[in-house]
Design a protein around this ligand. Structure first.
Ligand code: ADP
Ligand code: ZN
Ligand code: ZN
Length: 764
């Protein structure tokens, strides 16, 4: 007897385990691991997925899954396999590691677009996708008989149809658009065996045009040669780990290395997946891959419509595309024989998903490539501190990753000069503008020379810290050395790590100035102020979440900027990455401090990365670039180091502080969150959870630490109160194993929701 282990597609912790079903003999040929099936669950048909199949006799069945007569049969098999056994075990691993339910983890591997339902149509069980699913087109194609066929002299329409179909056939709708109504003509041609009508899978959405300017480089730089040599050795299994970190300054030609590595993967008959941050997935990026691999490239990201996404996914599953370029979740695309995963801009926080399953694509990619015998390339101009730690080996990583440095640009252009402007001094000098004189003058120069400028308004998340405009003082927690957050409701300053509260001071505790400002200006306001200080007809193109909402808006704005003479691109973080405009000669950072003062342990790292990335936008071609960084904190190591393009200088300060305060890469973190409408209930739940985790931890060891509960930085969000507890464990500890039993034992409580974020990206 064949027994199927099925994950029922209902995401509740109570049902979060596989259920066993008997495979009736008529379903045996089609039932495979990865298939969607319909099963009887609580007397109604629901969708499930087979994650395991086992042939067993009655005795074995009794021993393993229980009485065979109690097993229900599968009702029907609804699909071809969506995933294989390796993916099934990866899903199980994700569910454990990130403490999500099995269906949540499995959905990463099933067709995009949400949970399908099951329906009975004319006695057959069928899968119904919510709104999307495959769509067919009718195609007219010529048969073999067509070559010998001569249409009658008076049949002009037949002649024209045959001509139109002569190179590979055509969609019937297109044919009608071209020649008017052709249905009678097609019918008669079909009757004579000259034309065949076929249903072919319709592909929704047009692929971005191929970008012509990206032909292969003839001569690799020395760094690129080294990188490819390391990649060779790794692909051949000659190295200890399967990870190569491509540590290359902006514009050093990392993409060329990716393209060649992919080429070799394809030559070996394998597939490759390339992940890029959401906001860097521009037509420019995709075009470079399309130029090299044309139709072998599929694209997966969230700006595609549900139908387009389904079609791309299915193209991959059918084995018709071997290169996948996409955002985080493209990691789970159903490619055949995976050989290579590339994560570009690996430091980017979009690789961590901030809702369930809260996985980190970098960590899962490592697991995935290990399981499949593939290799992983992590590329960045500013690798994350965590990645650098894994290159150093030691406790973080048994087999240290290889790091290859690309220190030069093929153009020979050096990194731009960075000038720091002390905004507190500007303020003392009487200026109340958010633009320093230096920056205003530089913008005027760009205008005169008809070059281009990029202005970054650094606005990550929400900026609700307080800052003295005269001396730059920012109130900090006496216990945590992170900045305190201003809470408007109670006019207090709060530490979201430890709960420390103090009243909002009336004047600056450091210099006595009354100019204490809550920080954070919107792009619109900045645009209005900018208009006042630049020439009247200097084009300003604003790019932020608001102006890029519409489909295609992103591309349109970039096109406008590209066409403008002496224009300014003003934008948020989304402009810091991947843009490659040869005539940008000035980059201005309006407020470097915003990320720096975020009460988060990664704030200095993020600031350093952002400044380094945005600097890379200047002087890409033959004209040298210039960068102006405005800050209230000109002596901060992150700012000084970015100005000097000196990562070591930054790490010398940052690493000891992380170690002393107990943050990654020196510990592992888990953030336990609880939220709900009733603050009292939320506090009670998080307190109980914290106690339970505390006692579950006792057996885990001395080095574990529990901080909290305390209110989250975003203590109230959309009417919900939010509390959290932070858990610190030694590097390498199985932190999930300690928390999992606590979650399993918890009674369902509709009033208070909880989540656990393993290796969180931030602590908001
Ligand atoms: P990165 O991804 O490291 O920022 P890119 O791959 O975008 O860098 O390369 C920057 C520019 O240099 C691109 O215009 C690219 O076509 C060009 N380039 C890359 N490698 C070479 C090479 N070996 N010789 C000449 N030009 C190159
Ligand atoms: Zn002050
Ligand atoms: Zn504190």
């Amino acid at each position: 007897m064949l027994v199927a282990s099925v994950i029922v597609d209902i995401a509740t912790r109570a049902l979060d385990r596989p259920f066993n079903y008997l495979v009736p003999s008529q379903l045996v040929p089609s039932a495979q691991v990865g298939c969607a099936v319909s099963v009887d669950f609580g007397n109604r048909p629901v969708v499930g997925y087979i994650i395991e199949l086992a042939e067993m006799d009655e005795a074995r069945c009794a021993a393993v899954v229980g009485d065979i007569s109690k097993l229900k049969p599968l009702l029907g098999v609804l699909s071809e396999p969506y995933f294989d056994t390796v993916s099934a075990s990866l899903a199980t691993w994700i569910a454990h590691e990130y403490l999500c339910t099995l269906p949540e983890a499995l959905h990463l591997f099933t067709p995009p677009g949400g949970s399908p339902k099951v329906k009975r149509v004319e006695g057959e069980w069928q899968l119904v996708f919510p709104g999307v699913g495959p769509v067919d087109d009718r195609w007219a194609v010529l048969t073999e008989e067509a070559s010998g066929f001569v249409p009658a002299k008076n049949a002009a329409k037949q002649q024209r149809v045959l001509e139109a179909l002569s190179c590979g056939g055509m969609r019937v709708v297109e044919l009608s658009a071209l020649l008017g109504n052709v249905s009678a003509t097609l019918k008669s041609l079909e009757k004579r065996g000259v034309v065949r009508i076929e249903n072919r899978r319709h592909m929704r959405g047009a692929m971005p045009a191929v970008c012509g300017a990206c032909c292969a480089a003839d001569q690799l730089t020395q760094g690129q040669e080294h990188a490819l040599a390391a990649i060779h050795a790794t692909a051949a299994g000659e190295t200890a780990s399967n990870v190569v970190v491509l540590d290359g300054i902006t514009g050093s030609g990392k993409t060329e290395v990716y393209l060649r590595a992919i080429d070799e993967t394809l030559q070996a008959g394998k597939s490759a997946i390339v992940l890029v941050p959401e906001i860097a997935l521009t037509p420019q990026t995709v075009g470079r891959f399309r130029a090299r691999f044309s139709d072998d490239v599929a694209v997966l990201h969230s700006r595609l419509s549900a139908g387009e996404r389904f079609d791309q996914w299915d193209l991959i599953r059918q084995g018709r595309a071997h290169v996948v370029v996409g955002t985080r979740s493209a990691l789970f695309a159903p490619v055949a024989d995976l050989g290579l995963v590339i994560i570009d801009e690996e430091h980017d926080s979009s690789y961590k998903q901030d809702n369930a399953p809260r996985y980190d694509a970098r960590v899962v990619a490592r697991k995935l490539t290990e399981m499949r015998g593939a290799m992983l390339i992590l590329g960045s101009a500013t690798p994350s501190i965590d990645t650098l730690a894994s290159c150093a080996g030691g406790a973080h990583c048994e087999r240290a990753w290889q790091r290859v440095v690309l220190g030069e640009r093929p153009s020979g252009q050096p990194l731009p000069d960075v000038q720091i402007v002390d905004m507190a001094r500007e303020f003392k000098g009487g200026s109340r503008s958010m633009f320093s004189q230096v920056l205003v003058d530089a913008l005027a120069g760009v205008y005169e020379r008809k070059e281009k400028a990029v202005l970054l308004l650094n606005r990550r998340g929400f900026a609700s810290f307080v800052l003295c405009r005269e001396c730059g003082f920012v109130p900090e927690c006496p216990h945590c050395s992170t900045s305190l957050t201003y809470h408007e409701r109670s006019a207090t300053l709060v530490c979201h790590h430890c709960g420390h509260i103090e009243p909002m001071p009336a004047t600056c505790p450091q210099c006595g100035s009354p100019y204490l400002r809550k920080f954070g200006a919107g792009t619109e306001r900045v645009e209005a102020e900018l208009r006042q200080v630049v020439p009247d007809d200097m084009p300003i193109i604003r790019m932020d979440a608001d102006t890029t909402k519409a489909k295609g808006a992103h591309e349109r704005l970039l096109g406008e900027f590209s066409a403008s003479e002496g224009g300014i691109l003003l934008g948020t973080q989304m402009i810091a990455k991947g843009l490659d405009f040869p005539d940008v000669t000035l980059v201005g950072v309006i407020n470097a401090d915003t990320t720096l003062k975020l009460p988060d342990f990664r704030a200095p790292e993020r600031t350093f990365q952002l400044l380094e990335q945005v600097s890379g936008r200047a002087g890409r071609a033959d004209k040298p670039g210039r960068v102006i960084v405005q800050t209230y904190w000109p002596e901060h190591p992150a700012i000084l180091a970015a100005a000097a393009h000196d990562r070591e200088l930054f790490l010398e300060q940052e690493l000891p502080s992380r170690e002393e305060l107990g943050y990654p890469p020196y510990v592992r973190l888990a953030n336990v969150l609880a939220w709900g409408r009733n603050e009292q209930a939320v506090r009670q739940v998080i307190t109980e959870l914290t106690l339970a985790i505390n006692s579950s931890m006792i057996s885990a060891g001395q080095e574990w630490e529990v901080l909290g509960p305390s209110p989250c930085l975003l203590s109230r969000l959309r009417g919900l109160y939010r509390w959290h507890t932070l858990i610190k464990a030694p590097v390498g500890a199985d932190i999930s194993a300690v928390i999992e039993p606590v979650l399993k034992a918890r009674k369902v409580n509709d009033e208070v929701r909880i989540a656990v974020d393993i290796d969180p990206d931030n602590l908001f």
